[in-house]
Every structure is written in C-alpha cells, then in structure tokens.
Design a protein around this ligand. Structure first.
Ligand SMILES: C[S@@+](CC[C@H](N)C(=O)[O-])C[C@H]1O[C@@H](n2cnc3c(N)ncnc32)[C@H](O)[C@@H]1O
Length: 375
C-alpha cells in the first residue's frame, strides 16, 4: 500500500470565508508565503513546519491552517480500518495527547457514512498513539473522503484564528477579526491611512486596522494546536514571534457608537491589544459624526441590518443618515459598508459596488463600497 506522505515540503491550507480567497491570496503573497494557490474556501500553500507556525501567527485573514498529512484509497470500511492503522501517525502526533476526528465524505465515494468512517480512524489513532479520543481535544484530525480517496489533515490552529487572544468585550453582533481584516484589504486598506468606524461596537475593524498599521502579529497572544504535535520545536517557534510593534504609525483610528457600553468595551479591547494609544473612541450617534483632521482615509462599518439587531423601518432612515453624513462631511474618503441587505445599502443614496456573498456567523453579507467625490 503506497501512502502519499508529505512531510518535508508540506502542503497546507489556509481556510477563509468563501468569496474572500483573492484577499487572503494577496495577504499570503505580501507575507512571502510560497506558491499560494486559491481554491474554494482558502489558499493552498507549501513549506515546512516553521512556515505552518508562521501562517498561524501572521495571517490575519485565515480562519485556520490545515496541514495535509497524506492520503490513501479506501473503498470500504474494513479497508479504511486497515489502512488507517498503517498510517504513519507517529511522524506528526504526540503519544497520549487527546485527539478528535472529523470526517466528511461525498456521493462519489463508496464509504458514505462519515460517522462510521470517523470511528475507524479514531480506533486507529487510539491504538497506534495510545491517544484518548475526546470531543474537547485540542488536536483535530480531519479526513476528507472524495472519490474513494481518503485525505488526512491535521488542524494546526485549534481555536479559530479569529480569536486573537486579547478581546475582553465582544459587544452585540461583532464581526469576526479574520473577516474584518479581509474586508479592510477588500477596501484597499494597506495600513497607511486613517480609519473611522462610526458604529464600532467592540471595535473589531479599528483594532485590526491599527494592528496592521503597527505591524503586530495577530497570533502573538494566543496558543495553537500545533504546540501539541510531535513536530513542534518551541525554540524555533520563539524565533518567529516578534515582541512589540514596528514604528509607531502616523495616523489614528476613530471609533464611535451610540452605546456607551460598546465604547467602554472597544476601549478595553484596544488597550488589551496594545493599540490603545493609536485609537480614539467616543460615545456619539451617527448623525454627529465628523471627519477627523488630516488627509481622507477609509470609513468602514457594519451597521445593524435587521437580521440580528435593529428594526427594518428605522434602519432605512439610519442608512440614509449615513449617506448624508458622508456626502456632507467626508469628501474624498472611501466608504465600505458590510450588510446583509442590498436595499438598506442603497438607502445611502450612493452608486455602490458590491462584492461576493460572504458568510458572517451564519448571515450572508456583502461588502458595498463607494468613493466620495474629492473636495
Ligand atoms: C453590528 S454592530 C457593529 C459590530 C462591530 N463591527 C463589532 O465588530 O463589534 C452595530 C453597532 O451599531 C451601533 N449603532 C446603531 N445605531 C447607531 C447610531 N445611530 N449611531 C451610532 N451607533 C449606532 C450599535 O450600538 C452597534 O454597536
């Protein structure tokens, strides 16, 4: 039985929300990752384990990083059982460390029962590695059975990478950090301009924008599942983690919300992330928003869109106010609105361009953009 094992030149996959692959591909290229190839739901990359650790540590847009360990054909469960027992788990897994197994299969495969397939793989890992199988395990093995080919991957991230490890307050309907960073990129933000979020909630867009400007590594404050693998070298990983930020950015990041609790939370989050000095927050309704001094930059926000919070009728008026405030006070700025409702976006009165449909925690949203006429 010939296993296809990829250990020296690893094939790894940076997962992102479908629709945002081009932005993640751009980020991978900017960070110097080798041969990034967009596929539905992410980017395939190549490199050694140090590159896998760096992807977890540095990619803002990736939800998780999966390393492909190998593949083998299996046409029925007994064959899967036998071949899973022969799979070289020891090269990657650490003995006795708890493991979780997730299987997906499709109609092109004779093994169609994902639960039964997971049970065979769990038994193999348990026997070979003497590893307990637990739904709470930090290490997850993912097996995809496609056209009778079983591809085994390990999730090297653990908790989703949108959890940066320093958010204290989450607010009402926060956008995920990973998504926020890709949407900032989608708006052309490159870390050099002023960013304003007039409905900032917990401050996600501003924190991401400020961290990008300060050249901070998004994963600097968290742990990863790869630390539990046999391939982990703590000393080598330590050389990848930068302490502190780069040069202090010249621009500032402004967050407003009409909810004082949200503003208090955003401020605490910014302090915890180490970008408190770069951000300025104030409790203020949208109608009172004014542009900060200095050159035009980016206004980005996800206003309430009715699906989770807010009342539809009043929302049209709110989006209308956004349009008026932008036209009157933000000449020359760019605007990015994330919403689930194109009719609400159009209530701004702008001729907006829209991006692909993106999943934001179960709600389908789009990024709508406008460039406001220069003064
Ligand atoms: C969907 S949440 C934004 C979430 C935010 N992006 C985050 O990541 O936490 C919308 C926010 O708009 C605020 N909001 C609603 N109406 C407002 C208004 N008229 N002026 C200012 N803020 C408003 C709400 O208090 C809420 O925090």
């Amino acid at each position: 039985m010939a296993y296809c094992i990829l250990m020296t030149d690893l094939d790894f996959f940076a997962v992102c929300p479908p629709g945002l692959e081009p932005q993640l591909a751009q980020e991978c290229a900017a960070l110097g990752f080798k041969r990034g190839k967009p596929e539905p739901g992410g980017i395939t990359l190549k490199g050694d384990w140090a590159e896998v650790w760096r992807a977890n540590l540095e990619l803002r847009g990736a939800t998780r990083i999966l390393v492909r360990l190998g593949s083998f054909p299996a046409f029925h469960l007994a064959q899967l059982d036998k071949r899973a027992h022969k799979f070289p788990w020891r090269t990657t897994l650490e003995p006795h460390v708890p493991v979780r197994v997730e299987v997906s299969t499709n109609k092109k495969s004779r093994i169609y029962h994902a639960g039964a397939a997971a049970e065979r793989i769990e038994r193999a890992v348990n026997t070979v590695m003497d590893a307990p199988i637990s739904p709470e395990a930090e290490v997850t093995i993912k097996a995809r059975i496609d056209n009778n080919l079983v591809t085994i991957s390990v999730d090297t991230s653990g908790e989703s990478l949108h959890k940066r490890g320093h958010k204290i307050a989450t607010g009402k309907a926060p956008i995920r950090e990973t998504l926020a960073s890709l949407l900032l990129r989608g708006c052309g933000y490159d870390g050099r301009e002023t960013v304003v979020d007039p409905m900032c909630g917990s401050g996600t867009f501003l924190l991401e924008a400020a961290e990008i400007a300060a050249d901070l590594q998004p994963g600097r404050d968290r742990a990863f599942a790869f630390e539990k693998l046999a391939t982990f070298d703590p000393d080598a990983f330590a050389t990848l983690v930068r302490s502190g930020s780069g040069p202090v950015p010249a621009q500032r990041f402004y967050g407003y919300d009409r909810d004082q609790g949200a503003i208090d939370g955003a401020r605490r989050n910014a302090e915890a992330a180490g970008v408190g000095d770069l951000c300025s927050f104030a409790c203020q309704p949208l109608s009172e928003l004014t542009a900060p001094d200095g050159p035009p930059g980016l206004v980005i926000l996800n206003p309430p869109y009715g699906a989770r919070i807010g009342n539809k009728g009043q929302l049209y008026a709110l989006y209308g106010t956004l349009g008026r405030v932008m036209v009157e006070r933000f000449r020359g700025w760019r605007l990015g609105i994330v919403t689930s409702d194109g009719a609400l976006a159009n209530a701004t009165g702008f001729d907006l361009t829209s991006g692909p449909v993106i999943d934001n925690g179960g709600i389908k949203v789009k990024l709508y953009q406008a460039s406001l006429t220069p003064p």
